[in-house]
Design a protein around this ligand. Structure first.
Ligand SMILES: [Ca+2]
Ligand SMILES: [Ca+2]
Length: 301
């Protein structure tokens, strides 16, 4: 009995302490980083006065070995945010797809709360980077590598989620755009486009306005499209594998137009013509285009 009430008391005491932050900033491998949680769990937005809202707390991580924070200052930059998701800080819309600063500096206490809102049900994304940080002694810390992705779920949307793999691509998949189309026959009913984030809870999550049986066509930049038939209902898993690269101009066919773009960019670091994503346009890229020459994506009519 005594042990039980002690445990219950500890749980009650620890619950509020855990509730006031949602992610913690610190230093990992010499760079600014989000220490916890990894990956970020799905955030559920609450319906309040006709809007979906969710407040996110940000704090500095306290190292259990030293009992000190890693950081004495940091800023947060939005790298990508879903259309129609808005984040508000100190009575200003600071995070949104257009006309927001998408950059803010942590206050002196190292403790900020951002209130997110969205008018419609759906899955929303905020990709952030920790930048311009200083360590506990005031020395600059290198910016975070990659992005930290937060998914929000508003209401009960119909959505696809899963992994995105391009086994022959050596670069960062986040630099490529994933486009998903719902089709009835060859008619596109709805299209969603986003950068895949392989280190997030899922590499992609994308909501659609309607449920039902559709052909879903997925295309990753520079790769040929894939197509599956599925019944979209609530949360529907769809993992995508893109083995065929070489579609430099993204018309879903690998032909002389792609070959020419690689030839014109030969020897440069042109990102679009860099078929294998190793940072340089050379004979390796040319070989991929030649090897896949004449192929077309599963989504082509
Ligand atoms: Ca092409
Ligand atoms: Ca290359």
């Amino acid at each position: 009995m005594r042990l039980w009430s002690l445990t219950a008391g500890l749980l009650l005491m620890s619950a509020p302490a855990l509730a006031h932050w949602d992610f913690l900033l610190g230093v990992r491998n010499g760079r600014a980083a989000v220490i916890l949680p990894q990956p970020h769990p799905l955030q559920t937005m609450s319906l309040l006065l006709g809007q979906y809202t969710r407040e996110l707390g940000i704090e500095y991580y306290i190292d259990p070995n030293t009992n000190l924070t890693h950081l004495s200052g940091a800023s947060i930059r939005t790298v990508w945010v879903s259309p129609n998701l808005i984040g508000r800080l100190n009575n200003q819309d600071i995070i949104c797809a257009s006309n927001c600063a998408n950059y803010f500096t942590m206050n002196e206490e190292g403790h900020e709360h951002i209130r997110f809102r969205a008018a419609q049900r759906g899955i929303y994304i905020w990709d952030l980077k920790v930048v311009d940080a200083t360590d506990i002694n005031g020395n600059p810390v290198a910016d975070m590598e990659g992005v930290y992705r937060i998914y929000f779920r508003a209401g009960n949307p119909h959505y696809l989620y899963g992994s995105v793999d391009a086994p022959n691509y050596q670069g960062d998949l986040y630099a490529l755009r994933l486009t998903l189309q719902l089709r009835l026959g060859n008619q596109v009913v709805q299209e969603v486009s986003l950068p895949p984030a392989p280190n997030a809870l899922h590499a992609y999550m994308a909501s659609f306005g309607q449920s039902g049986s559709y052909a879903v066509v997925a295309k990753l930049d520079k790769h040929l499209s894939r197509r599956v038939n599925l019944n979209l209902q609530g949360a529907t898993l769809a993992n995508w594998l893109f083995p065929i690269a070489g579609d430099v101009n993204n018309d879903d066919v690998i032909d002389d137009a792609d070959l020419l773009q690689v030839l014109f960019a030969f020897g440069s670091d042109n990102a679009q013509a860099d078929v294998n994503g190793d940072g340089v346009v050379d004979d390796a890229d040319l070989l991929v285009v030649l090897f896949n020459f004449g192929a077309s994506g599963e989504g082509t009519p």
